[in-house]
Write a protein that binds this ligand. Sequence first.
Ligand code: ADP
Ligand code: MG
Length: 255
Amino acid sequence: MASMVEVKDLNMNFYTMDGELQVLKDVNFTVEEGEILALLGPSGSGKSTLLNILTKLLKPTSGDVEIKGKIGYMFQRDHLLEWRTIMDNITIALEIQKKLTDEAKEKIESLLKAYDLWDFRNRYPRELSGGMRQRVALIRTLSINPDILLLDEPFSALDYQTRILVSDDITKIIKRERKTTILVTHDISEAISMGDKVAVLSKRPAKIKSTYDIELTLNEEKTPLSARKAPEFKDYFDLLWKDLDVYNKEEKNEG
Ligand code: ADP
Ligand code: MG
């Protein structure tokens, strides 16, 4: 099988006024075609830094990164422009690159229709719910026809129930469009319910502590909502909870 992303012996240090900050240490992983890899790690462990290295916004201190294809990057906030309609928000990236061809327009139309946003194409972002806005942001990311999607905690601004519903929608879209995806999250349930594979990052300097193939027994298609009903869900939760070492700081006082 073809690996779409290969990360080898990646190290990243920041040099600041206070000295050197080691953020990533010997990070290795691959992502196969069509796979969703969930990168699970505590806040400040270096997840966004890692994504910024993959998109070449940042140059690593050492190591190799191989990317096969075009990257689409979706951020925590949707960054929709309030004064542009939904359609104009989606077409903006291609417009700027002067690549808004008839074919590209047709693709956008079919995405809007497939994912229940066609009737809202002439509305403004403020008229949409948080979940719909996130779907618009995904369609905008898909409009450049990326091979690999990078999602940086895309649901963390939404309330809990909305987050589950939106992650369900987004996962269905990613799977139907057959995109290779890296989802960065600090949420254990989100990682299990969306990922085909989960890799756990340790605290800083972050290493990949463990990797799990998520295999769930389900009578229906795996979606973030249905995944939570699988008997194995809790077992993965316990494993990941242990690997994340959530108690580490507090336990020191108790000896
Ligand atoms: P995460 O996304 O996992 O929450 P980040 O990748 O944003 O973590 O940050 C990892 C660490 O690196 C944090 O301690 C952050 O303060 C630090 N950091 C991020 N960017 C820079 C930078 N440009 N210069 C110095 N330190 C940085
Ligand atoms: Mg981050």
